[in-house]
Design a protein around this ligand. Structure first.
Ligand code: PLP
Length: 453
């Protein structure tokens, strides 16, 4: 079959609805709980942090939600994003498999994150919010939010994990270029940050700590709201435009995936690509094996426990039932900064617990080795996060070479790595190590997780 290299959708054929998987699941996902009372959280519990429209989406049981026209207008700057057939990688691997990748690096920030940053900022602006706070690790989310705030004229304040703040100055420049204010976290702007800095002035920070700081800051200002770039239901909802487009693009070339693999940190690009395909699978129209890929150094799905835990380190967020390594867990500084989160999206955790998707963990050396093969064949330099998806796709393609099967493999190339070249430099110099996560470290972190009766 002679598929073109690039499968494009016309702007006029861009999907105009996001897909909510909740009504199609065989069991409803467990609700979030109030952090103090442990009772199911109600809309008002979130009102200090999020605008009404996003709280409604978070709790929605509607199957489809219309994308506002103003959001579609911004999406059109880079959407529909291309779907590529990896002819050159297939040839390099000498595999009969057909590999497709949906490329989100064409967005202004260089990843899938603007797909949710734009609607989050727009809904906040509609409700009169002037100022948004957030956290960022490697800087992908912070830069996406700063870009979206620039589109709609909101102030944007970003707590960046201290280790990344020092190591990735260009991401910070990007956030500032779009008008964002960036603070190193832990910062001296919150009581929690001051406490941590007093204990260790060179504290490396973590996503959980930066979330605590951004949440506390937003909760203290009635004009401000908080935003999160992954994990929550409404974030995964916004990302489903990826999978909806991919379904249309594969239909154009008459293909159905046998295997879908995508990397997971908080779960948004995985859910975004996978959930529309899972809908088709639950309806019996396709039989795709769906697999989430996580880093061996932060394996919340494959090694964490499925139970209620906080989304942040200080324990101020509602409790969410999710696969977690414990909210006090601080992952090793692997290069895939976007995958260094202690928990997994409640929706992804739920579909995994239901047995609807599979999961595996891969070490970073294998990931970078495959990313170099990918860059040398397909040309694009992947962000460190999707190197996990590429490594899993290559494993599948090599299995096809052994078995002679010509499976169709679909994956998400959710960002480019132009600002992550220091990681590649380390790999090319032979200095990259695989960080093992001892069971005792996980057990220790799990002791801090609250016990819910
Ligand atoms: C943030 C990020 C991730 C991890 O977040 P998910 O919500 O799991 O997608 C993965 N890849 C890239 C490029 C990112 O920026």
């Amino acid at each position: 079959m002679n598929t073109p290299t690039k499968i494009l959708l016309d702007e006029r054929d861009m999907p105009t609805r996001w897909y909510n998987i909740v009504p199609d699941l065989p069991a409803p996902p467990p609700p979030p709980l109030h952090p103090a009372t442990h009772q199911p959280a109600v809309a008002d519990d979130f009102a200090a942090l999020f605008p009404r429209a996003l709280i409604e989406q978070e709790m929605s049981t509607a199957r489809f939600i219309d994308i506002p026209g103003a959001v579609l207008d911004v999406y059109r700057l880079w959407r529909p994003s291309p779907l590529f057939r990896a002819h050159r990688l297939e040839k390099l691997l000498d595999t009969p498999a057909r590999i497709y990748y949906k490329y989100e690096g064409v967005s202004p920030a260089g990843s899938h994150k603007p797909n949710t940053a734009v609607p989050q900022v727009w809904y906040n602006a509609q409700e009169g919010v002037r100022r948004l706070t957030t956290e960022t690790g490697a800087g992908q989310w912070g830069s996406s939010l700063a870009f979206a705030c620039a589109q709609f004229g909101l102030e944007c304040e970003i707590w960046q994990v201290a280790a990344s703040y020092r190591a990735k100055p260009y991401r910070r420049t990007m956030m500032e270029l779009w008008g964002g204010k960036v603070y190193s976290s832990p910062s001296d702007r919150t009581a929690f940050g001051c406490e941590l800095l007093a204990g260790n002035p060179d504290h490396p920070g973590s996503l959980g700590i930066a979330i605590s700081e951004a949440v506390m800051e937003a909760a203290a200002d009635p004009q401000a709201r908080y935003t999160l770039g992954s994990v929550l239901n409404h974030v995964l909802l916004h990302q489903t435009i990826i999978g909806e487009e991919a379904l249309l693009q594969l239909a154009k070339v008459g293909e159905t995936p046998d295997v879908l693999v995508a990397c997971t940190g908080g779960g948004s690009n995985f859910g975004g690509l996978a959930f529309p395909f899972l809908r088709e699978k639950l309806a019996g129209r396709i039989h795709t094996v769906i697999r989430a890929v996580e880093p061996a150094a932060c394996p919340s799905l494959t090694k964490g426990e499925y139970r209620y835990d906080f989304g942040d380190t200080a324990g101020v967020t509602p409790l969410m039932k999710m696969h977690t390594l414990g909210h006090r867990f601080i992952p090793e500084p692997i290069h895939a900064g976007g995958l260094r989160y202690h928990g997994m999206a409640p929706l992804v955790s739920h579909v995994y617990a239901l047995g609807l998707v599979e999961a595996l963990a891969i070490g970073q050396s294998e990931c970078f080795a495959r990313a170099v093969q990918f860059a040398r064949s397909e040309g694009i330099v992947p962000a460190p996060e999707p190197t996990h998806a590429i490594a899993a796709a290559v494993r599948e393609a090599l299995a096809c070479r052994e078995s002679g099967e010509s499976k169709v493999i679909l994956t998400a190339l959710c960002g480019h790595g132009h600002l992550d070249l220091a990681a590649y430099e380390k790999y090319l110099r032979g200095e990259m190590v695989d960080l093992d996560l001892p069971a005792a470290t996980i057990a220790e972190a799990m002791r801090a997780v609250p016990v819910i009766e």
